[in-house]
Design a protein around this ligand. Structure first.
Ligand SMILES: NC(=O)c1ccc[n+]([C@@H]2O[C@H](COP(=O)([O-])OP(=O)(O)OC[C@H]3O[C@@H](n4cnc5c(N)ncnc54)[C@H](OP(=O)(O)O)[C@@H]3O)[C@@H](O)[C@H]2O)c1
Length: 268
């Protein structure tokens, strides 16, 4: 397999660059080598001639996207469509990541793959457009929706909490599933190996709130006060419930996926 990876410096991209060589020869790119906001995508793909494209790059600044809608749409909406057209032309598989923020959070149970998306903000809307364009291209694809990504490197809630001065106030009325970048990369490789295609929710089992996540990171004795979203103003609205149902992924991977707490324990 000849693999083109985008976003090598991102949380997930960094892990993938270390795991994808198990599947073939990897050409890993950063923004300088392949700018998803630019016009050079077809030229780079033509040069690399991949049989697999893994798109780990994205515009991930959820709040900033509200004032930079065009930039978010270019990278998250339009670029995946161009990668998909190129994959189609080459007969390559496109693996792409999407988000729990395609949902509005009104559902009272975990979201399954078939639930209707309805993003609350510009980031979610741009990611949903990326999904739509990939499907419309007719290329072979695997779209992996995930949530609350963190790891030992990068910008994420886990490191923010670990480096923050207590006492802390953390939102307790948004529920989701923390997912480590390593977990995501490892299972992505397994899914590719098993030739899984389509749309899939990939997160550990269980769920929590940001407050519950913070407590698990810092310990029961930490000084954290649970607050409501209304007490912590952000530019983008976030879904109250964005728990993704991982049963389809469990069936395809042939076993139970670990609880988010044990995934977190492996990151420390
Ligand atoms: N983070 C989360 O909580 C979360 C939740 C759900 C889904 N996801 C999805 O999971 C995937 C991986 O996210 P992540 O957390 O690994 O993101 P990340 O750590 O923010 O990394 C994103 C990467 O994309 C690159 N990038 C941004 N704009 C680019 C451009 N115009 N051209 C080329 N590269 C560009 C960044 O490069 P620079 O360093 O140069 O900016 C960075 O390497 C994304 O599809 C994201 O939407 C993430």
């Amino acid at each position: 397999m000849r693999i083109l990876l985008t976003g090598r410096g991102g949380q997930v991209g960094w892990e993938l660059e270390r795991l994808l060589p198990a599947l073939g020869e990897v050409v890993a790119t950063d923004r300088a080598a392949l700018d998803l906001a630019g016009a050079g995508i077809p030229e780079v793909v033509s040069r690399v001639k991949p049989t697999l494209i893994v798109n780990a790059a994205a515009y991930t600044a959820v709040d900033k996207a509200e004032t930079e809608k065009d930039a978010a749409m270019r990278v998250n909406g339009i670029a995946p469509g161009i990668l998909a057209e190129e994959a189609k032309r080459l007969g390559a598989l496109l693996v792409h990541y999407s988000t729990d923020y395609v949902f509005d959070g009104e559902k009272q149970a975990p979201y399954v793959e078939d639930d209707a998306p309805n993003p609350l903000g510009a980031y979610g809307a741009s990611k949903l457009e990326g999904e739509r364009r990939i499907r419309a291209s007719g290329c072979r694809h695997l779209i992996v929706r995930t949530s609350w990504v963190y790891g030992a490197r990068g910008r994420n809630f886990f490191l923010t909490m670990r480096n923050a001065r207590q006492p802390l106030r953390v939102v307790d009325d948004q529920r989701g599933v923390p997912t480590s970048s390593r977990f995501l990369a490892e299972h992505t490789v397994s899914l590719i190996d098993k030739k899984v295609e389509g749309l899939l929710h990939l997160v550990p089992s269980g769920s929590t709130t940001w407050y519950g996540f913070a407590r698990q990171i810092l310990g029961e004795k930490s000084a954290i006060t649970p607050i409501r979203s209304s007490e912590y103003q952000t530019a983008a609205r976030r879904p109250a419930n964005s728990v993704l149902d991982n049963r389809k992924a469990q069936a395809l991977l042939g076993g139970a996926l670990p609880d988010w707490r044990s995934v977190l324990a492996a990151v420390r």
